[in-house]
Design a protein. Structure first.
Length: 109
């Protein structure tokens, strides 16, 4: 029996304000999907969850967004993130279909 194929979509507005529609992979972070597709989101610490430059606003159009990791929760509390502000390096695509929209908040001037 074949495994059901996951067909998740990410609409991503990058650091320049350009919009991209990307296929995703379960287990990958939003930042990893962006980098794989050469879509610019700032990420000074390389995805370690320590710089905050990969901050996005995440809207779960279909499928719920995962809970914050411990490292993300600490930064969100320290910096006063709003409920839909997330670190793109810490948001991992689940093993189910989702349809998310994310907007980079660390924009080029
Ligand atoms: S890349 Fe530094 S916190 Fe995400």
């Amino acid at each position: 029996m074949s495994k059901t194929q996951i067909r998740s979509i990410l609409k991503l507005i990058d650091s320049f304000g350009d919009e991209h529609v990307l296929r995703t992979t379960p287990g990958a972070s939003i930042l990893e999907i962006a980098v794989e597709n050469s879509v610019e989101i700032h990420h000074s610490c390389g995805g370690m969850g320590s710089c905050g430059t990969c901050r996005i606003r995440l809207t779960a159009v279909c499928g719920s967004a995962p809970e914050r990791s411990e490292i993300e929760s600490e930064m969100a509390q320290d910096r006063g993130f709003e409920a839909d502000e997330r670190l793109s390096c810490q948001v991992i695509f689940p093993d189910e279909d989702v349809d998310w929209t994310a907007e980079a908040l660390d924009r080029e001037p």
